[in-house]
Structures are given as structure tokens and as C-alpha cells.
Design a protein around this ligand. Structure first.
Ligand SMILES: [Zn+2]
Ligand SMILES: [Zn+2]
Length: 558
């Protein structure tokens, strides 16, 4: 059968997910076709003011739109599915293959944005085999923090590629087992290139099983008599499932606050992933009808996000829930790097309102995450025994550590490839080499505009947050070329000791500059430039800052 397949080198590259945790998007391409694995978002934290998401720039896919044949989704986490609404509006994706839970989450999202009808979503499971032109794709179940997580095996004319997707090796999972036997078989048959999850490559040992986490949840429920409020990611379905089931066993009713959490629980319950009777779920507005020890409240906002449920509750702005002394708030997810300050702020606010706050249980421990630690990474490398290795899903130092692990297991250094987004590997006749990079980048999404923000808007926002703003208004009679309203200065975020005096000096300098300039019949652009230059230099000399300077010229005449 192999004889009627024409040899075509295969390129492997990421448009997102390398050098970062988030916006995963890996592509496998030959002359005929491109298949995409995952289309995620990254949450920018406080690093990019006002930005909701960062998604990959799909320019390479747009330029090769006729070759894009299918999108495969490994599991339903936002860093793997969150970019789909943007991707399907940018290019035609003929078909999306996703496991059951991910498919439901994607459909829900596309329905909300009224674009579901454009998209063809097909569910797969561990028995599915898909052929896309020359690529033969099969799936194996892995264990992770959301049910229905898969790795993929892609057979090509040039060799076999295996990608783990996100995983940990949980031997006592909540839900089906990791299909280790299948992985072993693929390894025995021969795997040319392995891509594997690097998120916890810096952590030695084994990531604790979800079953261990269960006993910690039980301890919390056994020891607390007041209301229990647990904040976690709405995507952490396995965790939510355990918390809910323990709550039911402790005769507590469950109230859910936060739209994304409500949706996630509703969808997971409808598929039987979260098993809780209807009678245990109550509406948030009915919280007041129950005694303190009869309640579990689940809410979003574990990263301190200002708009999420927990922040609103902490600030006393939520209509259904106010913190009272005796409440216990449990953070059930570790801080995403960069969110530490926001979390500290919310912990303080909650404590001031009288709550006990638990941030250091096993629930908030990075070790109990859904990602494999070093021993599990070694195990997978041993079973798959790939010829070439490409660490995936992680910041540079995680990828680096993962590559070093592979080398200690005997994979030659020259066969381990630490890539950046856009870097390209070429698999040809079972050999992997580096190829030409493809175009890539970030798109910043503010709201739901699929086009994203141009980078200059981002630069402006950075300047405004870091250095503030100075607006300078003047009035000019363009007929007589005279200054009729002297400069008025407004500043925001540029406050300095004794600044009113400094601002007056700045004002005088600007006025002199404008008067001089007006002698030569300047254009508005000239005037604006002169104002910017003189004010900018003065402010920099005084404050060592480069605020955004906005000249406003009102004109009379013509
Ligand atoms: Zn994941
Ligand atoms: Zn992920």
C-alpha cells in the first residue's frame, strides 16, 4: 500500500504554544494539505491593558487557505479551543474533529457568536481513524484535568508523528484510563517524531492523581462549618466534578456564580461528566434561603480577574452573595504567572470582609495540576521511544528542561529540537531537519472583533499605563496666523511633586515655540510636531518619562 503514496516532505511548526503557555496551534503540512492541531487563546493578565485574549496570527494559513483541510482538537481547554471562533471567521475550515466534551463546548461558543451554522464539527473517540489526503490520523486517550483529552498519531508518507496533547499520567483517574498500551504499541512499531507537553518539565516526580486531590477536598468539607466558597477555572471540569460530588455527600446545596462556570457545569452535567442530582443545584438568588453549613458556592475568578464573580463578591458588588464572617474561600487553582498581584489584592479584600481564605491547599498547588511532571515525561518518552523529539506546550525554560530529560534517556542532542513559534521542522524519509520558518505573530483581541488590534494601539496602551498622558490645547487663527488661545495643559497619570510649577514652565515653552512657529505659516502637522517635540523633551528632562503627548489645535478662520 505504501507504494502508491507519493513521497512529499512534511513540515511541522507551531503558530502558538511554544515559548509561552497558551494559544496552542500546531500545524502539519505537505505540498497538498495542512492539518491544524488546536486553536487556542492566551490570557494576557496585566501585561496588556484592556486586552481580553491573544490569538495566533493565522497569516500563513490565510496565504495557504486552499491547503487547510481540517482542524483537530485534543481537548476542551481554552488554550486549545478559545481561538476557534476567530479562526473560522478568518479562513474556511472544512471540518473540525473534536472529542465529545470539547465539541459541546465549541458548539456552545460558536452558537453564542451566531456562527455555528458555518462550521462542521465531527466528534471522534479512541476508535476513530481519519484520513486527510496523505495523513492518517488516530487518537489515544490521555488523562488530564478535563474529561475527553486525547493525543494523536499522524502517519504520513515520510514517517510517524505522535503528539501527546496536554496530559499527566494518572493511574487512578476520574474517568477513563490513559491508553498506555496503545502508546506502547505505536512506540514498538516506530515513532519518528514526538511532540510532548512540557508545562511541568521543571517539576521532579509524579503529579499527584486526581484521587489524592479528592481527599483534600473531603478534608475541607469535613472541617468547615460555615459557607464554603470555592473558586476555580470553569475549564477544570475534573476538579469541579470532584468538588460537586463531595458537596452532595456532605448534604450541601451547590450554587454557581459566573456565567462561564454555569455553562461549563451545565454542559458537563448534560453529558454525565458531572454527576449531581438536580435537587442539589440551587439558583444563586436562593443562597439566602439556606443555612451556612448547607451551602457550597462555586465561582469563577480564581486569578483575581476584576470582572469575574469572585472580585465582584469580594467588593460587595454581587447581588446574590456578600461575604460574611465565617465564610471560607478556597482558591482551587494555582496562579498563572503575572496574576500574583491581582490575586493578593482579592485575598486581602476577602479577608477584610471577614472570610477565611485558603490559598495553599493541595487544590492550589501547581503539583496537583493536570500536567505531567518529570517522571511521567520520562515514562512517555520511554514508551514512545521516538527518533526525534520536539518539546511542546511551554515557555522556553520548560521546553529546554524537557529536551534535557529526553537526552538523559538517550535521544541524541542533535535529534531534540527546541522551537519557537514559526520555526519549522521538515520530516522527509524518516529524517527530521530544520526548515524555513513560517510567518507568525500575535493578534490582540479586545472584545470580539476578529481583526484584533493593530500593534500601535497596544503601544499606546503601554505608554498610557507606564508613562501617562499630556494633552496640550491651543487656539489658532489661521487667517492671521496668530495664537488666540494660549496653551492649556491637561495631564493624566503623570503626577510629580511640584508638578504644577513644572507644567507652567512647560506651558510657557510650548507657547514660545508656537509663537515662533506661527511666523512661518506652519501646517497643523508642523505645529503638532513642534508642540510634541518641545513638550516631550521638557517632560523627559523633568521626569525621565515619555508620556503620550496629544496636541489639540482649535482653529478659527477659513
Ligand atoms: Zn489542557
Ligand atoms: Zn493546554
Amino acid at each position: 500500500m505504501a507504494s502508491n503514496i507519493i513521497s512529499m516532505p512534511v513540515s511541522i511548526y507551531a503558530l502558538g504554544g511554544l515559548g509561552e503557555v497558551g494559544k496552542n496551534c500546531y500545524c502539519i503540512e505537505n505540498e497538498q494539505s495542512i492539518i491544524i492541531i488546536d486553536a487556542g487563546v492566551r490570557f494576557p493578565g496585566t501585561e496588556y491593558p484592556g486586552i481580553d485574549y491573544i490569538i495566533p496570527d493565522w497569516v500563513h494559513l490565510k496565504n495557504n487557505r486552499n491547503k487547510v483541510k481540517a482542524l483537530f482538537i485534543t481537548h476542551g481547554h481554552e488554550d486549545h479551543i478559545g481561538g476557534i471562533p476567530f479562526l473560522v471567521q478568518s479562513i474556511n475550515i472544512p471540518i473540525i474533529y473534536a472529542p465529545k466534551l470539547a465539541a459541546a463546548l465549541i458548539k456552545n461558543r460558536l452558537e453564542e457568536q451566531k456562527i455555528l451554522s458555518r462550521v462542521n464539527i465531527v466528534e471522534y473517540d479512541e476508535n476513530t481513524e481519519v484520513r486527510v489526503d496523505q495523513f492518517k490520523v488516530r487518537f489515544f486517550r490521555v488523562t488530564h484535568s478535563i474529561p475527553d483529552s486525547f493525543g494523536m498519531c499522524i502517519d504520513t508518507s515520510e514517517g510517524r508523528i505522535v503528539t501527546t496533547g496536554d496530559f499527566k499520567v494518572d493511574l487512578t483517574p476520574i474517568g477513563p484510563d490513559f491508553e498506555l498500551a496503545k502508546l506502547t504499541k505505536m512506540g514498538l512499531e516506530g515513532v519518528d517524531l514526538l511532540l510532548s507537553d512540557s508545562t511541568n518539565a521543571e517539576i521532579e516526580g509524579f503529579t499527584p492523581s486526581e484521587k489524592n486531590v479528592l481527599s483534600s477536598i473531603e478534608e475541607i468539607f469535613d472541617s468547615i462549618m460555615g459557607r464554603i466558597i470555592i473558586s476555580t477555572f470553569s475549564s477544570n471540569i475534573s476538579r469541579i466534578q470532584q468538588i460537586c460530588e463531595v458537596a452532595v455527600a456532605h448534604n450541601r446545596k451547590i450554587a454557581i456564580i459566573g456565567r462561564s462556570m454555569e455553562k461549563a457545569v451545565e454542559i458537563s452535567r448534560s453529558f454525565g461528566y458531572i454527576k449531581v442530582p438536580d435537587s442539589s443545584i440551587i439558583q444563586a438568588e436562593d443562597i439566602k434561603l439556606y443555612k451556612n453549613n448547607e451551602l457550597l458556592i462555586l465561582c469563577t475568578g480564581s486569578q483575581g480577574e476584576p470582572m469575574a464573580a469572585l472580585s465582584r463578591v469580594a467588593n460587595g458588588e454581587h447581588k446574590d452573595l456578600t461575604i460574611i464572617p465565617g465564610d471560607t474561600v478556597v482558591f482551587s487553582s494555582s496562579a498563572i504567572p503575572g496574576n500574583g498581584l491581582m490575586i493578593k489584592r482579592i485575598v486581602n479584600t476577602l479577608t477584610r470582609a471577614g472570610a477565611d481564605v485558603i490559598t495553599n491547599s493541595i487544590l492550589s498547588d501547581i503539583h496537583s495540576s493536570g500536567h505531567a511532571s518529570r517522571q511521567e515525561l520520562r515514562l512517555v518518552l520511554k514508551l514512545v521511544n521516538p527518533k526525534y523529539f520536539m518539546p511542546a506546550h511551554g515557555e522556553y525554560r520548560m521546553l529546554r528542561q524537557h529536551a534535557e530529560i529526553a537526552q538523559t534517556l538517550g535521544i541524541p542532542k542533535e535529534n531534540c529540537f527546541i522551537l519557537d513559534n514559526g520555526d519549522c521542522l521538515v520530516l522527509s524519509k524518516k529524517k527530521v531537519t530544520r526548515g524555513y520558518p513560517v510567518e507568525h505573530g500575535n493578534i490582540y483581541i479586545d472584545g470580539t472583533d476578529i481583526n484584533g488590534l493593530v500593534p500601535t494601539v497596544m503601544v499606546d496602551r503601554r505608554i498610557l499605563t507606564d508613562d501617562g498622558m499630556l494633552a496640550i490645547a491651543i487656539g489658532v487663527d489661521t487667517k492671521s496666523n496668530t495664537l488666540i488661545v494660549p496653551p492649556t495643559l491637561f495631564t493624566r497619570g503623570l503626577i510629580k511633586q511640584g508638578s504644577s510649577e513644572a507644567l507652567e514652565r512647560c506651558r510657557m515653552l510650548v507657547e514660545q515655540e508656537v509663537l515662533d512657529a506661527l511666523k512661518g505659516k506652519p501646517s497643523f502637522a508642523d505645529l503638532k510636531n513642534k508642540i510634541k517635540t518641545v513638550a516631550g523633551a521638557f517632560i523627559y528632562a523633568q521626569t525621565r518619562r515619555h508620556p503620550m503627548i496629544i496636541p489639540l489645535i482649535m482653529s478659527k478662520g477659513e
